[in-house]
Design a protein around this ligand. Sequence first.
Ligand code: ADP
Ligand code: CP
Length: 310
Amino acid sequence: MNKKVVIALGGNALGSTLSEQMDAVKYTAKAIADLVEANYDVVIAHGNGPQVGMINNAFAEYGKVDPKFPFMPLSMCVAMSQAYIGYDLQNALREELLNRGIKKPVTSIITQVVVDEKDPAFARPTKPIGPFMTEQEAEAGRANGMIIVEDSGRGYRRVVASPKPQDIVEIDTIKDLMQAGQLVIACGGGGIPVVKEGSHLRGVGAVIDKDFASSLLAEKIDADSFVVLTAVEKVAIRFGKPDQEWLSELDIPTAETHIANKEFAEGSMLPKVRAAIAFAASKQGRKALITSLEKAADGLAGKTGTWIHS
Ligand SMILES: Nc1ncnc2c1ncn2[C@@H]1O[C@H](COP(=O)(O)OP(=O)(O)O)[C@@H](O)[C@H]1O
Ligand SMILES: NC(=O)OP(=O)(O)O
Protein backbone atom coordinates (compact mmCIF):
# COMPACT_ATOMS: atom_id res chain seq x y z
CA MET A 1 0.00 0.00 0.00
CA ASN A 2 1.23 3.52 -0.83
CA LYS A 3 2.33 5.73 2.05
CA LYS A 4 0.19 8.80 2.70
CA VAL A 5 2.07 12.08 2.96
CA VAL A 6 0.88 15.61 3.67
CA ILE A 7 3.20 18.29 2.26
CA ALA A 8 3.15 21.87 3.58
CA LEU A 9 4.61 24.17 0.92
CA GLY A 10 6.43 27.29 2.12
CA GLY A 11 6.89 30.70 0.52
CA ASN A 12 9.82 29.66 -1.69
CA ALA A 13 7.58 27.11 -3.44
CA LEU A 14 5.20 29.89 -4.54
CA GLY A 15 7.08 33.21 -4.69
CA SER A 16 5.59 36.52 -3.60
CA THR A 17 4.20 37.95 -6.83
CA LEU A 18 2.07 36.58 -9.66
CA SER A 19 5.01 36.23 -12.06
CA GLU A 20 7.23 34.65 -9.39
CA GLN A 21 4.40 32.23 -8.59
CA MET A 22 3.96 31.18 -12.24
CA ASP A 23 7.65 30.24 -12.41
CA ALA A 24 7.92 28.77 -8.90
CA VAL A 25 5.00 26.35 -9.32
CA LYS A 26 6.71 24.68 -12.28
CA TYR A 27 9.72 23.86 -10.17
CA THR A 28 7.50 22.87 -7.23
CA ALA A 29 5.45 20.57 -9.49
CA LYS A 30 8.62 18.65 -10.44
CA ALA A 31 9.52 18.02 -6.79
CA ILE A 32 5.99 16.80 -6.04
CA ALA A 33 5.75 14.69 -9.21
CA ASP A 34 8.96 12.94 -8.03
CA LEU A 35 7.07 11.90 -4.87
CA VAL A 36 4.07 10.68 -6.89
CA GLU A 37 6.47 8.65 -9.06
CA ALA A 38 7.98 7.23 -5.87
CA ASN A 39 4.46 5.93 -5.04
CA TYR A 40 3.50 8.32 -2.26
CA ASP A 41 -0.16 9.38 -1.96
CA VAL A 42 0.36 13.10 -1.61
CA VAL A 43 -1.91 15.81 -0.23
CA ILE A 44 -0.60 19.34 -0.65
CA ALA A 45 -1.20 22.35 1.57
CA HIS A 46 0.41 25.74 0.98
CA GLY A 47 1.02 29.16 2.52
CA ASN A 48 -0.47 32.49 1.41
CA GLY A 49 1.13 35.22 3.58
CA PRO A 50 2.29 37.55 0.77
CA GLN A 51 -0.72 36.76 -1.43
CA VAL A 52 -3.50 37.24 1.14
CA GLY A 53 -2.07 40.66 2.10
CA MET A 54 -1.80 41.63 -1.56
CA ILE A 55 -5.45 40.69 -2.19
CA ASN A 56 -6.61 42.57 0.90
CA ASN A 57 -4.71 45.71 -0.22
CA ALA A 58 -5.90 45.41 -3.81
CA PHE A 59 -9.52 45.49 -2.65
CA ALA A 60 -9.11 48.83 -0.81
CA GLU A 61 -11.03 50.46 -3.70
CA TYR A 62 -13.98 48.14 -3.12
CA GLY A 63 -14.99 50.11 -0.01
CA LYS A 64 -16.13 52.92 -2.30
CA VAL A 65 -18.60 50.57 -4.02
CA ASP A 66 -19.88 48.78 -0.92
CA PRO A 67 -19.36 50.84 2.27
CA LYS A 68 -20.38 47.80 4.33
CA PHE A 69 -16.95 46.38 3.48
CA PRO A 70 -14.30 49.13 3.82
CA PHE A 71 -11.82 46.22 3.71
CA MET A 72 -12.42 42.93 1.91
CA PRO A 73 -12.89 40.46 4.83
CA LEU A 74 -9.76 38.38 5.44
CA SER A 75 -11.77 35.16 5.27
CA MET A 76 -12.80 36.14 1.72
CA CYS A 77 -9.18 37.07 0.87
CA VAL A 78 -7.99 33.62 2.07
CA ALA A 79 -10.65 32.01 -0.15
CA MET A 80 -9.39 34.02 -3.14
CA SER A 81 -5.78 33.10 -2.36
CA GLN A 82 -6.69 29.39 -2.23
CA ALA A 83 -8.32 29.70 -5.64
CA TYR A 84 -5.58 31.48 -7.54
CA ILE A 85 -2.65 29.65 -5.91
CA GLY A 86 -4.53 26.36 -6.31
CA TYR A 87 -5.22 27.19 -9.95
CA ASP A 88 -1.53 27.71 -10.78
CA LEU A 89 -0.34 24.77 -8.69
CA GLN A 90 -3.01 22.42 -10.00
CA ASN A 91 -2.23 23.22 -13.63
CA ALA A 92 1.54 22.97 -13.13
CA LEU A 93 1.10 19.57 -11.45
CA ARG A 94 -1.35 18.33 -14.08
CA GLU A 95 1.10 19.25 -16.86
CA GLU A 96 4.15 17.78 -15.09
CA LEU A 97 2.34 14.48 -14.40
CA LEU A 98 1.01 14.27 -17.98
CA ASN A 99 4.52 14.93 -19.34
CA ARG A 100 5.71 11.95 -17.28
CA GLY A 101 2.88 9.77 -18.58
CA ILE A 102 1.12 9.70 -15.19
CA LYS A 103 -2.67 9.92 -15.37
CA LYS A 104 -3.72 11.38 -12.05
CA PRO A 105 -6.40 14.05 -11.66
CA VAL A 106 -5.34 17.06 -9.59
CA THR A 107 -7.96 18.95 -7.57
CA SER A 108 -7.87 22.04 -5.34
CA ILE A 109 -10.44 22.07 -2.58
CA ILE A 110 -11.73 25.36 -1.21
CA THR A 111 -11.19 24.39 2.42
CA GLN A 112 -12.76 25.93 5.51
CA VAL A 113 -11.07 25.42 8.85
CA VAL A 114 -12.95 25.86 12.11
CA VAL A 115 -11.38 28.09 14.76
CA ASP A 116 -12.48 29.04 18.27
CA GLU A 117 -13.78 32.60 18.48
CA LYS A 118 -12.42 32.71 22.05
CA ASP A 119 -8.89 31.82 20.89
CA PRO A 120 -6.57 34.34 22.63
CA ALA A 121 -4.82 34.80 19.26
CA PHE A 122 -7.67 37.15 18.23
CA ALA A 123 -6.51 39.63 20.87
CA ARG A 124 -2.83 39.35 19.89
CA PRO A 125 -2.20 39.54 16.12
CA THR A 126 1.10 37.84 15.20
CA LYS A 127 0.82 36.56 11.62
CA PRO A 128 2.70 38.74 9.10
CA ILE A 129 0.92 39.16 5.76
CA GLY A 130 1.47 41.19 2.61
CA PRO A 131 4.58 43.07 1.55
CA PHE A 132 7.20 44.83 3.65
CA MET A 133 6.43 48.54 4.08
CA THR A 134 8.37 51.73 4.65
CA GLU A 135 7.79 53.74 7.84
CA GLN A 136 5.53 56.16 5.90
CA GLU A 137 3.47 53.30 4.42
CA ALA A 138 3.20 51.78 7.89
CA GLU A 139 1.85 55.08 9.27
CA ALA A 140 -0.75 55.25 6.49
CA GLY A 141 -1.76 51.64 7.15
CA ARG A 142 -2.15 52.31 10.88
CA ALA A 143 -4.34 55.33 10.10
CA ASN A 144 -6.57 52.85 8.21
CA GLY A 145 -6.82 50.60 11.26
CA MET A 146 -4.15 48.03 10.41
CA ILE A 147 -1.77 46.66 13.05
CA ILE A 148 1.74 47.02 11.68
CA VAL A 149 4.95 45.97 13.39
CA GLU A 150 8.64 46.44 12.74
CA ASP A 151 10.18 43.16 11.57
CA SER A 152 13.74 42.68 12.87
CA GLY A 153 15.27 45.58 10.94
CA ARG A 154 13.83 44.39 7.59
CA GLY A 155 10.98 46.93 7.40
CA TYR A 156 7.36 47.05 8.56
CA ARG A 157 4.72 44.40 8.05
CA ARG A 158 1.03 44.07 8.80
CA VAL A 159 0.13 41.39 11.36
CA VAL A 160 -3.24 39.69 11.78
CA ALA A 161 -4.74 37.19 14.21
CA SER A 162 -3.72 33.57 13.69
CA PRO A 163 -5.96 31.25 15.75
CA LYS A 164 -5.21 27.53 16.01
CA PRO A 165 -7.11 25.24 13.61
CA GLN A 166 -9.68 23.04 15.38
CA ASP A 167 -11.38 21.12 12.56
CA ILE A 168 -11.40 20.82 8.76
CA VAL A 169 -14.89 21.18 7.31
CA GLU A 170 -14.20 19.50 3.94
CA ILE A 171 -12.16 16.61 5.40
CA ASP A 172 -14.49 13.88 4.08
CA THR A 173 -14.25 15.29 0.54
CA ILE A 174 -10.44 15.32 0.81
CA LYS A 175 -10.43 11.68 1.98
CA ASP A 176 -12.86 10.61 -0.79
CA LEU A 177 -10.74 12.25 -3.51
CA MET A 178 -7.58 10.63 -2.14
CA GLN A 179 -9.35 7.29 -2.07
CA ALA A 180 -10.25 7.85 -5.74
CA GLY A 181 -6.55 8.27 -6.56
CA GLN A 182 -6.56 12.06 -6.99
CA LEU A 183 -3.78 14.45 -6.06
CA VAL A 184 -5.45 16.89 -3.67
CA ILE A 185 -4.52 20.47 -2.79
CA ALA A 186 -6.28 21.48 0.44
CA CYS A 187 -6.06 23.80 3.46
CA GLY A 188 -4.38 26.48 1.31
CA GLY A 189 -3.25 29.46 3.36
CA GLY A 190 -4.11 27.51 6.50
CA GLY A 191 -7.75 27.24 5.38
CA ILE A 192 -10.55 29.82 5.40
CA PRO A 193 -11.07 30.61 9.09
CA VAL A 194 -14.68 30.05 10.14
CA VAL A 195 -16.61 29.77 13.39
CA LYS A 196 -19.60 27.50 13.80
CA GLU A 197 -22.98 29.12 14.52
CA GLY A 198 -25.38 26.19 14.52
CA SER A 199 -25.46 24.99 10.91
CA HIS A 200 -23.94 28.27 9.68
CA LEU A 201 -20.19 28.78 9.17
CA ARG A 202 -19.19 32.42 9.60
CA GLY A 203 -15.88 33.64 8.16
CA VAL A 204 -13.68 35.48 10.64
CA GLY A 205 -10.83 37.98 10.26
CA ALA A 206 -7.71 35.87 10.62
CA VAL A 207 -5.06 33.92 8.73
CA ILE A 208 -4.38 30.44 10.09
CA ASP A 209 -0.79 29.22 10.05
CA LYS A 210 -0.50 26.71 7.20
CA ASP A 211 1.98 24.57 9.17
CA PHE A 212 -0.59 24.00 11.96
CA ALA A 213 -3.46 23.45 9.50
CA SER A 214 -1.39 20.92 7.51
CA SER A 215 -0.37 19.10 10.67
CA LEU A 216 -4.07 18.74 11.58
CA LEU A 217 -4.81 17.62 8.01
CA ALA A 218 -2.07 14.97 8.30
CA GLU A 219 -3.64 13.72 11.55
CA LYS A 220 -7.14 13.65 10.06
CA ILE A 221 -6.19 11.63 6.98
CA ASP A 222 -4.01 9.35 9.14
CA ALA A 223 -0.91 10.22 7.12
CA ASP A 224 2.27 8.20 7.55
CA SER A 225 4.37 11.37 7.39
CA PHE A 226 3.88 15.10 7.62
CA VAL A 227 6.44 17.00 5.58
CA VAL A 228 7.18 20.73 5.86
CA LEU A 229 9.04 21.98 2.78
CA THR A 230 10.79 25.29 3.27
CA ALA A 231 14.00 27.07 2.24
CA VAL A 232 16.41 25.13 4.48
CA GLU A 233 17.43 21.47 4.24
CA LYS A 234 17.49 20.98 8.01
CA VAL A 235 16.54 22.66 11.25
CA ALA A 236 19.46 24.15 13.15
CA ILE A 237 20.29 25.14 16.67
CA ARG A 238 22.31 28.32 17.08
CA PHE A 239 20.95 29.15 13.60
CA GLY A 240 23.06 31.68 11.71
CA LYS A 241 25.79 31.70 14.38
CA PRO A 242 29.36 30.53 13.74
CA ASP A 243 28.75 27.36 15.81
CA GLN A 244 25.42 26.56 14.08
CA GLU A 245 24.51 22.86 14.23
CA TRP A 246 22.19 21.20 11.69
CA LEU A 247 19.95 18.52 13.21
CA SER A 248 19.07 15.24 11.50
CA GLU A 249 16.56 14.17 14.10
CA LEU A 250 14.77 15.55 17.11
CA ASP A 251 12.74 13.69 19.69
CA ILE A 252 9.86 15.63 21.22
CA PRO A 253 11.47 16.32 24.64
CA THR A 254 14.66 17.62 22.97
CA ALA A 255 12.60 19.76 20.58
CA GLU A 256 10.70 21.23 23.56
CA THR A 257 14.01 22.05 25.28
CA HIS A 258 15.25 23.84 22.15
CA ILE A 259 11.95 25.76 21.98
CA ALA A 260 12.37 26.82 25.62
CA ASN A 261 15.90 27.97 24.74
CA LYS A 262 14.45 30.09 21.87
CA GLU A 263 16.42 28.22 19.19
CA PHE A 264 13.64 28.58 16.59
CA ALA A 265 12.56 31.99 15.32
CA GLU A 266 8.95 32.95 16.06
CA GLY A 267 6.92 33.36 12.87
CA SER A 268 9.32 31.21 10.80
CA MET A 269 10.88 27.99 12.17
CA LEU A 270 9.00 27.86 15.49
CA PRO A 271 5.51 27.12 14.04
CA LYS A 272 7.05 24.43 11.82
CA VAL A 273 8.69 22.64 14.75
CA ARG A 274 5.53 23.02 16.85
CA ALA A 275 3.35 21.66 14.00
CA ALA A 276 5.79 18.75 13.53
CA ILE A 277 5.66 17.98 17.27
CA ALA A 278 1.83 18.08 17.23
CA PHE A 279 1.74 15.45 14.45
CA ALA A 280 4.45 13.25 15.98
CA ALA A 281 2.69 13.37 19.37
CA SER A 282 -0.75 12.56 17.94
CA LYS A 283 -0.21 8.79 17.54
CA GLN A 284 2.54 6.26 18.19
CA GLY A 285 4.88 5.89 15.20
CA ARG A 286 4.00 9.15 13.44
CA LYS A 287 6.98 11.16 12.20
CA ALA A 288 7.35 14.61 10.71
CA LEU A 289 10.05 15.87 8.37
CA ILE A 290 11.30 19.42 7.86
CA THR A 291 13.43 19.89 4.76
CA SER A 292 13.72 21.85 1.52
CA LEU A 293 11.66 21.43 -1.64
CA GLU A 294 14.75 20.17 -3.50
CA LYS A 295 15.41 17.51 -0.88
CA ALA A 296 11.82 16.27 -0.42
CA ALA A 297 12.39 12.87 -2.06
CA ASP A 298 15.77 12.33 -0.38
CA GLY A 299 14.27 13.40 2.94
CA LEU A 300 11.40 10.92 2.69
CA ALA A 301 13.94 8.24 1.75
CA GLY A 302 15.66 8.99 5.10
CA LYS A 303 18.77 10.55 3.54
CA THR A 304 18.42 14.13 4.81
CA GLY A 305 16.21 16.72 6.53
CA THR A 306 15.27 16.90 10.19
CA TRP A 307 12.97 14.12 11.36
CA ILE A 308 10.83 14.84 14.43
CA HIS A 309 9.54 11.83 16.34
CA SER A 310 8.19 10.86 19.77
N1 ADP B 1 16.60 27.30 13.95
C1 ADP B 1 16.41 27.43 12.64
N2 ADP B 1 16.81 26.46 11.80
C2 ADP B 1 16.64 26.60 10.46
N3 ADP B 1 16.04 27.67 9.88
C3 ADP B 1 15.61 28.67 10.68
C4 ADP B 1 15.77 28.59 12.08
N4 ADP B 1 15.24 29.72 12.64
C5 ADP B 1 14.79 30.46 11.62
N5 ADP B 1 14.99 29.83 10.43
C6 ADP B 1 14.57 30.41 9.14
O1 ADP B 1 13.21 30.02 8.95
C7 ADP B 1 12.97 29.97 7.54
C8 ADP B 1 11.68 29.21 7.28
O2 ADP B 1 10.60 30.02 7.67
P1 ADP B 1 9.70 30.81 6.59
O3 ADP B 1 10.55 31.42 5.54
O4 ADP B 1 8.79 31.69 7.36
O5 ADP B 1 8.89 29.59 6.04
P2 ADP B 1 8.00 29.24 4.77
O6 ADP B 1 8.86 28.30 3.97
O7 ADP B 1 6.81 28.57 5.34
O8 ADP B 1 7.67 30.51 4.02
C9 ADP B 1 14.21 29.30 7.03
O9 ADP B 1 14.41 29.51 5.66
C10 ADP B 1 15.31 29.96 7.89
O10 ADP B 1 15.81 31.10 7.24
N1 CP C 1 -1.09 31.00 5.99
C1 CP C 1 0.26 30.89 6.12
O1 CP C 1 0.79 30.31 7.07
O2 CP C 1 1.00 31.49 5.09
P1 CP C 1 2.59 31.62 5.03
O3 CP C 1 3.15 30.26 5.19
O4 CP C 1 2.87 32.21 3.66
O5 CP C 1 3.00 32.55 6.13
